[in-house]
Design a protein around this ligand. Structure first.
Ligand code: NAP
Length: 259
């Protein structure tokens, strides 16, 4: 069984400026992959790019890109320098939650931001990148799902709906590339300690810290390891879905908290 070498492969990661995306960039860097990193915060992206080069990535190219803007996404992919155009692995990771409210009290702006980023953004990037993979006869799309997509939790209906949509899109894409060598994987974590809760609560650190109280959460590195593992399977193996949670989490609703 020959594993897929990631050495020199072009790996495109959205939401690479923080959290799971940044950790994934470093994990692929350790395997010698070339990295295309995208996010909106260019300064943070530059920090991740230097760390990736220090870890062993042979080269890094950063793109300032908002996944909600489909023209900007298509333009960014169409105008890649020739040596970066042949993307081998796409990690559709950019995403966020906003607010934790009863559905009938939710903010419309929050819903739009989550749907535009987590669902439409993921579709735009997929639409721009996958045709090239099909033509070249190689490629792997790794989508960031969540346990939230399997079981809706109270006050989180819209975020959970975006991750349920990811699940459908992931499964649909796998069916639609059947007959090509392109692989499609969803990685579905439970609780991971990143800026996720800080973003959800718009910078309220105390509220964000409470989310992880009494639980040893997953780290961004735990998720990055699974993503790199899925990408490194032999070419005939498709990992359809990986669900991983902290030991203190049974599903998106049920936790065992210390104390
Ligand atoms: P994070 O630390 O807040 O990172 C989110 C990343 O997404 C940032 O790099 C951010 O970059 C990027 N992003 C957000 N909106 C964007 C946009 N419009 N265009 C481009 N990039 C955008 O959170 P994280 O936990 O690593 O989240 C990464 C993914 O994991 C998300 O899809 C999230 O839903 C999923 N997830 C997280 C958890 C968890 O518990 N943390 C669990 C399951 C799934 P910029 O702000 O610089 O653009």
């Amino acid at each position: 069984m020959s594993l897929m070498s990631l050495q020199g492969k072009i790996v495109f990661i959205t939401g690479a400026s923080a959290g799971i995306g940044a950790a994934t960039a470093l994990a692929f860097a350790s395997e010698g992959a070339r990295l295309l990193l995208a996010a909106r915060r260019a300064g943070k992206l530059a920090e991740v790019a230097s760390a990736a080069l220090a870890r062993g990535a042979p080269s890094v190219h950063s793109i300032d890109m908002d996944v909600r803007d489909h023209r900007a996404v298509q333009n960014a992919i169409d105008s890649l320098p020739a040596e970066w155009a042949e993307i081998d692995v796409l990690v559709n990771n950019a995403g966020l939650s906003r607010g934790l409210d009863k559905l009938y009290m939710g903010r419309i702006e929050d819903w739009e931001e989550m749907i535009d980023t987590n669902v439409k953004g993921l579709l735009y990037v997929t639409r721009a990148v996958v045709p090239g993979m099909v033509v070249r006869g190689r490629g792997h799309v790794i989508n960031m799902g969540s346990t939230a997509g399997e079981l809706t939790y109270p006050n989180g209906a819209v975020y959970c709906a975006t991750k349920a949509a990811e699940r459908s899109i992931n499964d649909g894409l796998r069916q639609d590339v059947l007959g090509t060598p392109v692989r499609v994987t969803s990685v579905d974590p439970g609780m991971v300690e990143t800026d996720f809760s800080l973003v959800r609560f718009r910078g309220d650190r105390d509220r964000a810290a409470k989310v992880y109280k009494g639980v040893k959460p997953l780290t961004a590195d735990d998720i990055a390891e699974v993503i790199v593992w899925a990408a490194g399977r032999p070419a005939h193996v498709n990992i359809a879905r990986v669900v991983l949670t902290p030991v203190q989490q049974a599903n998106s609703l049920l936790f065992h908290r210390d104390g």
